[in-house]
Design a protein around this ligand. Structure first.
Ligand SMILES: NC(=O)c1ccc[n+]([C@@H]2O[C@H](COP(=O)([O-])OP(=O)(O)OC[C@H]3O[C@@H](n4cnc5c(N)ncnc54)[C@H](O)[C@@H]3O)[C@@H](O)[C@H]2O)c1
Length: 361
């Protein structure tokens, strides 16, 4: 099987974790690949993924070799010393649009803006020249306009789209229809962690629900110290993220909780935590004879190690769809890998659908 030619928009911490992890396993072939759900999927391993193009707006990254840009501040991932496989890829400029929020502009130093149409032409050319098959979007939370720009670029160039962030494309009826009509695969929206806050919370909520324990109230709060959490200090940028995370839990209950009884969201930026993300979750309710119960979970993870393996799978599901010449939103894989897919299922059902999709001829 051939390699999987990908491009990235948003050379931030998540991308740094993804490519440094691939390089880590390349340098340590004796190690079993952990942190990913499938060693091989339809014949594709993590080493088939190749990033051949990249786009950003930060002057510390644009115009630089991708192998250097990955280490530029404010990125924090330093798991390997060098990235020889991407040293010949030069990061190109994307349109800033609504990408850089008020808090983040203190650490991201955008290059001078250029007309969007000029950038669009250059981007389309770059994707064509590099024969890019799949675009991975790691744009910041709240970049709704930038996300629509890149979704349209995918439609115009026949590029499959992995939307890791919470602006709704795969789960938006109109955009989903456009990808379906153009027969271009899309996996989205808003990547789940491998064992992240969302999947832990929804699994436990679903457990209580199925066992007949009534949930009265539940919360999930998250804190971290990277640029993603800095972005999320801006409440206006958070709208879709809160919807994405809340609906992911609500979808696992046989009866929705009233809005006032559920709180799920990013809650604060604590600089010294860096990429460490802390999640605090509580479920409380009633059992037999109206007797109360509650549970609390504290989850501590490296946010970037937690998400890379899921993106590796999302890329491979898109590649499988491209090989089969099928397009539109990938329903099973998106439900299994993303917080806000076009259609929610229980995780057991979503996993089964995703695996059947990978195996189907
Ligand atoms: N576990 C996780 O880390 C996780 C889980 C779910 C979703 N996400 C989402 O993934 C996205 C990326 O997260 P991250 O931690 O890498 O963020 P980050 O802030 O480290 O990186 C974002 C990158 O995008 C660049 N950028 C800003 N505006 C741009 C524009 N208009 N065009 C091109 N590039 C632009 C920035 O310069 C930066 O390099 C976020 O939306 C985040 O919410 C992450």
């Amino acid at each position: 099987m051939g390699r999987i030619k990908c491009a990235v928009v948003g050379v931030g911490n998540c991308f740094a974790g993804l490519v440094q992890g691939i390089e880590y396993y390349r340098k340590n072939p004796e190690q079993k690949v952990i942190g990913v759900m499938h060693g091989e999927m339809a014949g594709y391993s993590i080493h088939d993924i190749e990033f051949v193009a990249a786009f950003d707006v930060d002057s510390k990254k644009v115009g630089k070799p991708l192998s250097q840009a990955v280490y530029a501040e404010p990125n924090k991932v330093k798991w390997v010393d060098s990235l020889p496989k991407i040293k010949d890829v030069i990061v190109k400029q994307g349109p800033r649009l609504d990408g850089v929020g008020n808090y983040v502009q203190k650490v991201v130093d955008p290059v001078e803006e250029q007309p969007v149409e000029k950038l669009r032409e250059e981007i389309v050319q770059e994707l064509k020249n590099k024969e890019v098959e799949i675009l991975v979007s790691y744009l910041p939370v709240g970049s709704d306009e930038a996300t629509k720009f890149w979704a349209q670029v995918c439609l115009d160039t026949g590029t499959a789209f992995v939307n890791c962030m919470p602006s709704f494309i795969a789960s938006d009826t109109e955009w989903a229809e456009k990808f379906k009509d153009a027969n271009i695969p899309i996996c989205g929206d808003d990547i789940k962690g491998l064992v992240g806050a969302t999947i832990v919370h929804r699994t436990l909520a679903n457990l209580c629900d199925r066992r007949g324990a009534k949930i009265g109230q539940t919360y999930q709060i998250n804190v971290g110290g990277n640029t993603d959490f800095l972005s999320m200090k801006e409440q206006e940028r958070l709208n879709s993220k809160k919807i994405s995370k809340t609906e992911s839990v609500q979808s696992q209950l046989s009866q929705r909780l009233p809005d006032q009884d559920i709180y799920v969201g990013p809650s604060d930026f604590i600089p010294f935590l860096g990429n460490t993300k802390l999640m605090f979750m509580r479920i409380e309710g009633r059992m037999w004879a109206n007797i109360p119960y509650n549970m609390e979970v504290r989850l501590e993870v490296d946010d970037k190690a937690n998400s890379a393996g899921i993106v590796v799978d999302a890329i491979r599901y898109c590649k499988i769809a491209l090989d089969r010449k099928t397009g539109g939103p990938l329903i099973g894989p998106s439900a299994w890998l993303m917080k806000h897919p076009p259609k929610q299922f229980t995780d057991g059902k979503a996993q089964q659908m995703a695996e059947e999709f990978a195996k189907a001829e």
